[in-house]
Design a protein around this ligand. Structure first.
Ligand SMILES: Nc1ncnc2c1ncn2[C@@H]1O[C@H](COP(=O)(O)OP(=O)(O)OP(=O)(O)O)[C@@H](O)[C@H]1O
Length: 248
């Protein structure tokens, strides 16, 4: 399927390849991630989705080009990236509230000096922007999977990035929580016109929410609208059933 160009800025991935431990994990991955759009990366376990995200974030070496380009095709320096990881490893017994955790992450001041009024206001605003203001005084260790994702999203949005990357942020969240999370993402997409790249295994929600879908298996097998990708022979070959069945 051809790449679609638009007049807006986008992140341009050109023939990205990653080799590790003598193995080719990604090869010839070319795609655009447009601002103002939710791009969803799908593919089976081990297809290389996390690897692509790590390459995008500069965490692992890759070949090929990653450019941030404006509507005229000119380079925009310094791509600001926000990242919501799959998991957060921490001691759940730690006596730390969501507000303290956010304050420690957003402020340069040592935690033991307390939270300044300015930081407190910034934390409250950040939590409110993801509909999580009620979590401020809750211990971090008591947050559910969905609540924790909101807190991490609030952090990734401060300051607002050009590209927000979320690696399967919704695993372990019930369907209502997932819908709430995706609705928050939609609000952010509209209010900030940022590019969002989301890895998801939930194909029903992909169909409902994605502006652009990329099917990955080491390289890009298909990309386009959800309808186009779900109807492609590549989709049936990867998932073992037609995307038309998924819609029923
Ligand atoms: N550091 C590494 N060295 C060698 N191989 C690796 C390394 N990291 C990941 N891999 C392999 O790369 C392949 C792609 O892994 P990756 O985690 O990117 O897949 P994924 O599509 O995100 O899978 P999932 O949907 O299960 O999260 C897997 O076969 C994995 O075993």
């Amino acid at each position: 399927m051809p790449l679609h160009h638009c007049e807006l800025c986008h992140i341009d991935l050109d023939r990205i390849a990653v080799r590790r431990g003598g193995q080719t994990l990604l090869q010839d991955v070319s795609m655009h991630i447009h601002c103002g759009q939710l791009t969803v990366l799908i593919g089976q376990n081990g297809a290389g989705k996390t690897t692509l995200i790590r390459a995008l974030l500069g965490q692992i070496p890759h070949t090929g080009l990653i450019r941030h380009v404006d509507g005229r095709g000119l380079d925009i320096p310094h791509l600001r990236t926000g990242y919501v990881p799959q998991h957060l490893q921490f001691d759940r017994e730690m006596p730390l509230t969501v507000r303290d955790f956010m304050a420690a992450s957003l402020s340069k001041r040592p935690v033991w000096t307390g939270v300044s009024k300015k930081t407190r206001a910034r934390v409250d605003e950040a939590l409110a922007s993801v509909n999580a203001e009620s979590l401020a005084d809750q211990p971090l260790g008591r947050c559910s999977g969905g609540e924790l994702q909101r807190v991490l999203l609030a952090l990734a949005m401060n300051p607002a990035p050009d590209l927000l990357v979320l690696d399967e942020p919704v695993s372990g969240i019930d369907r209502n929580g997932l819908k709430m999370f995706l609705d928050t993402l939609l609000d952010l997409k509209h209010s900030h016109h940022m590019a969002i790249l989301l890895v998801s295994h939930d194909l029903r929600f992909v169909r409902e929410y994605a502006d652009h879908v990329v099917l990955l298996d080491k390289s890009v097998l298909a990309q386009g609208s959800a309808e186009e990708v779900f109807a492609s022979p590549e989709f049936s070959a990867v998932f073992g059933y037609s995307g038309e069945e998924e819609a029923e």
